[in-house]
Ligand binder design. Structure first.
Ligand code: 5GP
Ligand code: MG
Ligand code: MG
Length: 189
């Protein structure tokens, strides 16, 4: 295990099972459609790859980079569209693939953007759902795991751009966080 990780929350096997479950469910639910899998950069790349290869059905793939976190552990609240998708979504069925939904602001922004552009339907499949963190009202249609209100890394999720490569999801040792971020984490308890 990586020396900076205090505890593994979801193992490689847990995650593979979740990807299989959700991939199969999506393939079934969209059997008569060709949805666009919209992978949210950068955190959802591993999840997207694992879910899509469990789908034995017609799908297209595109990417979007929407950022609300700016390196640390606290959501900044303001959303920036950093990389737009390249597909025309008018009349299309979209499945947003997310790593984690916390306040829900990022997701709400994307859902509204896609509806504004005329998407026929928008559903969300997120590896993690941090329901306690919710500030705006958005639903996650397919959830890998309900995660407690802690800051997690690995399997795409970063702390200051590190740890995305870990194959599992875990909690960092407190000494890894900067003093500023530790204060934020403690005040959330
Ligand atoms: P929201 O807009 O729902 O507050 O934030 C969603 C984004 O914040 C996620 O896509 C992710 O990038 C980041 N985020 C939220 N919670 C965590 C967490 O526990 N760990 C990491 N690494 N990122 C998180
Ligand atoms: Mg994300
Ligand atoms: Mg991040």
């Amino acid at each position: 295990m990586n020396k900076d990780i205090e505890r593994v929350l979801y193992s490689v096997e847990d995650i593979q099972n979740a990807a299989k479950r959700i991939g199969n469910q999506l393939a079934e639910d969209y059997a008569d459609k060709t949805p666009i899998l919209l992978s949210v950069l950068k955190g959802a790349i591993l999840w997207s790859v694992d879910v899509m290869r469990e789908m034995d059905s017609y799908v297209e793939l595109d990417f979007i980079d929407v950022s609300s976190y700016h390196g640390g552990v606290e959501s900044a609240g303001e959303i920036t569209l950093r990389t737009d998708l390249t597909t025309d979504v008018a009349g299309r069925d979209i499945i947003i693939l997310e790593d984690i939904v916390d306040t829900g602001r990022t997701l709400k922004y994307m859902i509204e953007l896609l509806h504004k552009r005329g998407a026929a339907s928008v559903k969300v499949a997120s590896l993690l759902d941090k329901k306690e963190g919710r500030v705006v009202d958005v639903a996650v249609d397919y959830v890998g795991f309900d995660v407690p209100k802690a800051f997690v890394v690995g399997y795409g999720l970063d702390y200051k751009e590190l740890y995305r490569n870990l194959p599992y999801v875990g909690i960092l040792k407190p000494k890894i966080y900067s003093e500023e971020d530790s204060a934020t984490l403690n005040s959330q308890e």
